[in-house]
Write a protein that binds this ligand. Structure first.
Ligand code: NAD
Ligand code: AHE
Ligand code: ZN
Ligand code: ZN
Length: 368
């Protein structure tokens, strides 16, 4: 079938909105009509060429919500008409990783996903007979996409697509990093580096679990009001204080119990670790850094009890946890609407990337 898609033909170039061809679902796959998709900084990371795994030409996008329109042979867990959120971290419930409670990183389709193809090694997308790569197994910058059934979470039908698409990455990543990965205890002091689409969700997660101080760090002074909307108690403008590490240690009277890096910058990753409390502070890396970049610190930081960890998709097991997060939103336990600052048709998707670059949007959402 012909579908409308924003194609990344080359690294560093704007996306081109055009008609592409999509083959129907094969064994264990589903065809999903994407109703809305958020634009996450990770899409920009890959579009820019900074992703070592980035492949071109590709259809990017990984923060969608939609409706199952066709199922391939052997599909048992969803049916036509189901509302779903695509999962870039699948959940097969039978691989070594799914069976280990310590991780959410299902590996069943990870290798082919990283190669930009479906589990059988081929792509469903093409243009004029030339193959296009899938992206993160989701490719939500197309109004229809094909996914393995283990890479969709079935959600309730009364949830609005243009809001819950954000649960496909940003909301789950931020809230999940607090709840699943760090397991922040009530009364903890939390420091969040980067108050964008992910960091604000870390803040609302920290508030949800009853954190004490919630300190936000950003270079953009307008992010102070944004952080405060979701429970931030103190703002640090990294441009205005000299060295942020002693500043935060002083502010928190000894250091953070938990810090979260939500930027993807190796300098702030180091600061986030080093502002943690001696003896027990844990720093969680969420941001993804560009090809070739490395983190460093003095080993003594770890010897003296600080812990460095990372998280993908907030440690969430998608098919199990995403429907619950949709319920949290529908029950008013977490907020999404105010963070979706801009919506646009697919034709204007490059404007969504511009708004992100200029620090004007928290989340831009494409509505098909
Ligand atoms: P964003 O662009 O919305 O937000 C980034 C924020 O960081 C902005 O507020 C910006 O002003 C601030 N910032 C930039 N440089 C800074 C600096 N040096 N010091 C302080 N603040 C600075 O991005 P996002 O969508 O929130 O994504 C954040 C990061 O998280 C990206 O690297 C993205 O790829 C990554 N991410 C990771 C996961 C995961 O599962 N691990 C999931 C989603 C996104
Ligand atoms: N090449 C990667 C993109 C980089 C990355 O680290 N992706 C994160 C999710 S960021 C979402 O905004 C991730 O989940 N990584 C776990 C993994 O197994 O890659 C990609 O996903 O293509
Ligand atoms: Zn994302
Ligand atoms: Zn698995």
């Amino acid at each position: 079938m012909d579908v409308r898609a924003a194609v990344a033909f080359e690294a560093g170039k704007p996306l081109e909105v055009t008609t592409v061809q999509l083959e129907g679902p094969r064994q264990g796959e589903v065809l999903v009509e994407i109703m809305a998709t958020g634009i996450c900084h990770t899409d920009e990371f890959t579009r820019s060429g900074a992703d070592p795994e980035g492949l071109f030409p590709a259809i990017l996008g990984h923060e969608g919500a939609g409706i199952v329109r066709e199922v391939g042979p052997g599909v048992t867990s969803v049916e036509v008409g189901d509302h779903v959120i695509p999962l870039y971290t699948a959940e097969c419930r039978e691989c070594e990783y799914c069976l280990n409670p310590k991780t959410n990183l299902c590996q069943k389709v990870r290798t082919t996903q990283g190669q930009g193809v479906m589990p059988d090694g081929t792509s469903r997308f093409s243009i004029g007979g030339k193959m296009l790569h899938h992206y993160m197994g989701t490719s939500t910058f197309a109004n229809f996409t094909v996914l393995p059934e283990i890479a969709v979470a079935k959600i309730r039908k009364d949830a609005p697509f243009d809001k819950v698409c954000y649960i496909g990455c940003g909301v789950t990543t931020g809230v999940g990093a607090v709840v699943n990965t760090a397991k922040v205890e009530p009364g903890s002091n939390v420091v969040v580096f980067g108050l964008g689409g992910i960091g604000l969700n870390v803040i609302q997660g920290a508030k949800l679990v009853g954190a004490n101080m919630i300190v936000g760090v950003d270079l953009n002074p307008e992010r102070k009001a944004w952080g405060e909307k979701f429970g931030m108690t103190h703002f640090v403008n990294a441009k205005e204080v000299g060295d942020v590490v002693p500043h935060i240690v002083e502010l928190t009277k000894g250091g953070a119990d938990y810090s979260f890096e939500c930027i993807g910058n190796t300098t702030t990753m180091r600061q986030a670790l080093e502002c943690c409390h001696k003896g027990w502070g844990e720093s969680i890396i969420i941001g993804v850094a560009g090809a070739g970049q490395e983190i460093s610190t003095r080993p003594f930081q770890l010897v003296t009890g600080r812990v460095w960890r990372g998280t993908a998709f907030g440690g969430a097991r998608g098919r199990t946890d995403v429907p619950k997060i949709v319920d949290w939103y529908m029950d008013g336990k977490i907020q999404i609407d105010p963070m979706i600052t801009h919506t646009m048709p697919l034709e204007d998707i490059n404007k969504g990337f511009d708004l992100m670059h200029h620090g004007e949007s928290i989340r831009g959402v494409v509505i098909y």
